[in-house]
Write a protein that binds this ligand. Structure first.
Ligand code: SIN
Length: 362
């Protein structure tokens, strides 16, 4: 069992008398006076959303509040870190694009290599946060903390959750304990690994969970504690790099009465990979399974995942992967499996044996 690690051993964030801005956590006043330098990259989302009334938490516009205003709403940040803010984009994350992923990952990698920055925080929409987080987990090249955060209520709302989530994300990024843990998500006082975290509620403030494995740790009142480590390789230990080219990979779904029409259309459109969100333990309706088997014979990579939301898909369990040439996604949900399949194909992997090894590793 892993020994819990907390931020306490870091002299930068745990020592010295309180000398911070009003409301700042005393635990982050450094003995040296030099606070960690954290880059906050804003991409939009509900955390930057605004509505006409403070009680409107569903009919608002995401991504309209600039990063400077987000930071101004949290004066306590000045006691935690020296902030460098950048507005990378202002999107509702449902509209996240592959081009924006490339821009974001490349900018983070520049910051990873810079002597001027100690960690990175990304503000993001909740809707595709788990996909962006996993993409960065596999492609960021550095051990400095990279922490995503978001909000379920717009910045204009009564009891907006964004300000505390932002403060906690910066607190985690400024923490020595977060180094080398891969990309993290700080949300509602919990710290999740990018690999495990998923959005599990359409409305609740406690919207993110790490099914099966639980959160990595927690952050509260300026204290950061990790309860376990991420075991699978990430960041510096992957073969994946961000490039400008993304292989076309789409997701098909299996459900009662489904036909093979969508899979055939994807193959005709020239996709290089299909992730199927199967039922249960990755079982697939017979019509779709035959369409996917046909796709494999045409050189399309097929990965079998589950739409259930937790658990894992056993290789050769609910479908004969060896016979059909499929790959099992293991414990990755369909959206994260798509991210990994895109990166694997972009890295030149091909064939179900090589791809299965990648899915078993990451
Ligand atoms: C978005 O994902 O950008 C909108 C929804 C949210 O952030 O909660």
């Amino acid at each position: 069992m892993n020994t819990p690690t907390s931020s306490a051993p870091n002299p930068r964030d745990s020592q010295g008398p309180a000398a911070a801005a009003p409301g700042a956590p005393a635990t982050h006043t450094p003995a040296s006076g030099a606070l960690p330098r954290i880059a906050v990259l804003a991409t939009g989302g509900t955390i930057a959303g605004s509505a006409a009334s403070v009680t409107n938490t569903s009919g608002y516009r995401a991504g309209v509040v600039g990063v400077e205003r987000l930071l101004e709403a949290v004066p306590a940040l000045s006691g935690v870190a020296q902030i460098q803010a950048e507005q990378i984009a202002s999107v509702d994350s449902k509209d996240m694009s592959l081009a924006l992923w490339t821009t974001l990952a490349q900018r983070i990698n520049e910051l990873m290599a810079s002597d001027e920055i100690d960690g990175v925080v990304i503000t993001h929409g909740t809707d595709t946060l788990e996909e962006t987080a996993y993409l960065l987990h596999l492609t960021v090249k550095g051990s400095k903390p990279v922490v995503l955060t978001a909000a379920m209520r717009p910045a204009s709302a009564l009891s907006a959750d964004g300000p505390l989530n932002l403060l906690n994300a910066v607190t985690v990024a400024a923490s020595e304990a977060a180094h080398g843990q891969g990309v993290l998500v700080a949300f509602n006082n919990r710290i999740h690994s990018a690999r495990d975290v998923v959005k599990t509620s359409t409305y609740a403030v406690d919207a993110f969970q790490s099914p099966e494995v639980g959160a990595l740790g927690w952050v509260q009142d300026g204290r950061v504690e990790f309860q376990r480590k991420v075991l699978r390789p990430h960041t510096l230990d992957t073969e994946f790099v961000i490039g400008a080219q993304w292989p076309a990979v789409e997701i098909a779904v299996s459900y009662a009465g489904v036909s093979r029409v969508s899979v055939d259309a994807l193959v005709a459109a020239g996709v290089r990979g299909i992730v199927v969100a199967g039922t249960g333990n990755g079982s697939i309706h017979a019509s779709v399974q035959q369409a996917l088997a046909d796709a494999v014979t045409q050189g399309v990579a097929v990965v079998r995942s589950s739409r259930v939301g937790s658990g894992h898909v056993m290789r050769n369990g609910a479908a004969p992967d060896d016979t059909l040439g499929f790959v099992s996604a293991g414990s990755l949900n369909p959206y994260k499996a798509r991210v990994l399949l895109m990166l694997a194909l972009a890295a030149g992997a091909s064939g179900n044996v090589a791809l299965q090894k990648i899915f078993d590793t990451y």
